[in-house]
Design a protein around this ligand. Structure first.
Ligand SMILES: Cc1cc2nc3c(=O)[nH]c(=O)nc-3n(C[C@H](O)[C@H](O)[C@H](O)COP(=O)(O)OP(=O)(O)OC[C@H]3O[C@@H](n4cnc5c(N)ncnc54)[C@H](O)[C@@H]3O)c2cc1C
Length: 195
C-alpha cells in the first residue's frame, strides 16, 4: 500500500508501489502473485506462474502501468504486520531544516531494512503538540516506522529522535492501519483537482 489510504491499489501496483513496508517486504508489484487481464482485443488472460498462465505478462504488469490491458483482479502475497508498530514522529523548525534533513539522512543510511522513513517540508499544522509560534510556518516532519517488534523499534529509532533540536516529538506505538491513514486529511479524496 501507499502512504495515503485513498490511493488506488490498481494504479499503485501496476506502477510499482512503495510505502511503509517497502524496505522490509518490497514494492507492491513484488507481492503481486497473479492478475486477471482483459486485453485490447477482448481476450481474457491470466498473468501468473501457473502452467496455463502468461508469465511474461505478469513480469510486464509489475511496473509496466496500464499498457498491457485492463486488470480486473489482483492476487497478492499477504504478510503479517503489527497490529502495532513503533512510529518515530518528530517535528523540526524550518530554520533548522538543513541540519535536520542531513541528520535524518545520515541516520537512515545505516538503518536496518525494518526501518522506513519519510521527511516532509511543509507548514506547521495547528495542533497543540506543536508550539503555536510554528503554526503555519515552515517545519520538517520526520516520520519513521520500524516494521517489527515495537519495543525493538523504540530502541532502534531512538537516535533518530535525538537529531537536532526537535520542537515536538509525538513518537510512540501506533496501529499499522492508523499509520497508513495518517496523512489522509492532507489529501482529501476527490477535492484536489491536480496531480
Ligand atoms: C495523494 C497521493 C498519494 C500517493 N502516494 C503514493 C505512495 O505512497 N506510493 C506510491 O507508490 N504511489 C503513490 N501515489 C501515486 C499512485 O500510486 C498513483 O497515482 C496510482 O496510479 C494511483 O492508482 P489508481 O488506481 O488511482 O490509478 P489511476 O490514477 O486511476 O490510473 C493510473 C494509471 O494506471 C492505469 N490503471 C488503473 N487501474 C488499472 C487497471 N485496473 N488495469 C489497468 N490499468 C489500470 C490507468 O489507466 C492509468 O494509466 C500517490 C498518489 C496520490 C494522488
Amino acid at each position: 500500500m501507499g502512504v495515503v489510504s485513498e490511493t488506488g491499489i490498481a494504479g499503485l501496483t501496476l506502477g510499482g508501489g512503495y510505502g511503509w513496508l517497502t524496505r522490509k517486504f518490497g514494492l507492491s508489484c513484488d507481492n503481486l502473485l497473479s492478475a486477471d487481464v482483459v486485453t485490447a482485443d477482448g481476450r481474457w488472460v491470466r498473468a501468473g506462474t501457473g502452467p496455463d498462465d502468461d508469465l511474461d505478462l505478469l513480469w510486464a504488469l509489475r511496473g509496466g502501468g496500464g499498457n498491457f490491458g485492463v486488470v480486473t483482479s489482483f492476487e497478492y502475497r499477504a504478510l503479517p504486520v503489527g497490529p502495532e508498530l513503533y512510529v518515530g514522529f518528530v517535528v523540526h523548525a524550518g530554520s533548522n531544516a538543513r541540519a535536520a534533513l542531513q541528520g535524518i539522512r545520515s541516520f537512515f543510511e545505516q538503518a536496518p531494512e525494518e526501518v522506513m522513513s519519510l521527511a516532509v517540508v511543509r507548514k506547521g499544522p495547528s495542533i497543540e503538540e506543536i508550539p503555536t509560534e510554528h503554526h503555519g510556518k515552515p517545519v520538517v516532519i520526520q516520520l519513521a516506522v520500524y516494521v517489527g517488534d515495537p519495543t525493538e523499534g523504540e530502541r532502534v529509532l531512538h537516535p533518530a529522535r535525538d537529531i537536532g533540536s526537535p520542537i515536538a516529538d509525538l513518537s510512540g506505538p501506533m496501529r499499522y492501519v492508523d499509520l497508513q491513514r495518517l496523512p489522509d486529511a492532507d489529501y482529501p479524496a476527490h477535492e484536489l483537482r491536480n496531480y
